[in-house]
Ligand binder design. Structure first.
Ligand code: ACO
Length: 347
């Protein structure tokens, strides 16, 4: 018998119905399908409808994950939402999700580590389960980047998309779940990717709005350089911490920001294509939502099985980074409860 840890008991996702293709963007911006695909691998992204926001997408993803796990909302001890595009500065988006799910016994809070946030939230949920504080934690990554990108800035707006993904973590004594995590930060480079206005440093005013300071600013080249360096490093670290070798890894699920970043990391690590998951072409960069959405789709595509050795690796604004080694499963036995692909339980 192994010590108590947190296994993945359920998974779910939600992406908005509205698809925006590269060609759509080229109608209003000086860009092209060819430029976006060749630089990023992105073909299209989803954009939230006017009645949608981070909490509503997170709630549907969370509900889908609970259905797969066959866990009632009342049995959830804590809801963690990783997001840097919350509905409000306060309260936390997680409070809205907790209420929306009817998770009446659960505590709730948000984690903001930008695109690394989901892996940080998993580590927190895992630690609380290991410590005996909780038995069931719903971990969600959800973002509405379409509300904070400057739709006139072709260098950033083409990259991002909206969506949500969720995992249910449950205590287990079996050899499944999170085996190791590594995290890091370099706040001295915070200016490479940030939203300067609207916080306590530069509160919202007519002039901050006029200067478009409430929107994403990014030094794309520097972020790219950072990402291709950090991804292989944290992957090797977490593999070693789990007692694995690279040959043991069945699937590498990195933050889906740019296919060139993922391919570069896979090349440095010597991972073959069949061990590398990519869906950035469908959704663009959904920040904290990208890894849980990718896990849902990897499962739906038959690329995750009972006992699969999975590495999750996130990086992003902060600068921040985080990676986890995860033994997938056991897959819920009741096939009827597996969420169908797509957006089940839409209201
Ligand atoms: N369409 C056409 N041309 C464009 C576009 C566009 N959408 N965007 C930029 N260009 C132009 C630039 O203006 C520039 O023109 P110039 O040479 O005349 O000045 C030219 O294309 C090259 O620009 P670069 O920035 O050098 O292009 P690069 O090949 O570096 O690709 C990109 C840019 C895709 C943004 C890349 O740097 C990248 O992916 N960086 C990482 C970004 C990222 O992943 N950020 C998210 C991190 S996660 C998080 O926390 C949110």
């Amino acid at each position: 018998m192994v010590a108590r840890r947190a296994r993945v008991a359920g998974w779910g996702k939600y992406v908005p119905a509205n698809v925006v293709t590269n060609r759509d963007l080229s109608e209003t911006l000086d860009t092209s399908d060819e430029w976006i695909r060749s630089r990023t691998g992105i073909a299209e992204r989803r954009v939230a409808g006017s009645d949608e926001a981070t909490a509503s997408m997170a709630t549907i993803a969370g509900r889908n994950a609970l259905a797969v796990a066959n866990v009632a909302a009342e049995d959830v001890d804590c809801v963690l939402v990783a997001t840097c595009t919350p509905d409000y500065s306060m309260p936390a988006t997680a409070n809205l999700v907790q209420a929306g799910l009817g998770a009446t016994r659960a505590g709730a809070c948000d984690i903001n580590a930008a695109c690394s946030g989901f892996v940080y939230a998993l580590a927190l949920g895992d630690s609380c389960i290991r410590a005996g504080l909780f038995r069931t934690v719903l971990v969600i990554g959800a973002e509405t980047f379409s509300r904070i990108v400057d739709w006139n800035d072709r260098a950033t707006c083409v990259l991002f998309g909206d969506g949500a993904g969720a995992l249910v973590l449950r205590a287990t004594d079996e050899d499944y779940g999170l085996l190791a995590t590594t995290v890091g930060s370099d706040g001295s480079r915070a200016d490479l990717l940030l939203v300067p206005g609207g916080g306590s440093r530069m509160p919202a005013s007519a002039s901050t709005i006029e200067d478009r300071l409430h929107m994403v600013r990014m030094d794309g080249r520097e972020v790219f350089r950072f990402a291709v360096g950090v991804l292989p490093r944290i992957t090797e670290q977490v593999i070693a911490a789990a007692g694995w070798t690279l040959d043991d890894v069945d699937l590498f699920v990195a933050h889906q920001a740019n296919v060139r970043i993922i391919q570069s990391a896979a090349r440095s690590l010597g991972l073959p294509d069949e061990k590398v998951y990519v869906n950035v072409h469908r959704y663009g960069n959904t920040s904290a939502a990208s890894i849980p959405i990718a896990l849902c789709e990897a499962y739906e595509e038959g690329r995750l099985h009972d006992g699969s050795a999975v590495v999750l690796a996130g990086f992003g604004s902060g600068l921040s980074w985080a990676a986890s080694a995860l033994r997938w499963g056991p897959t819920p036995g009741r096939v009827g409860l597996i969420a169908p692909p797509g957006n089940a339980f839409q209201d």
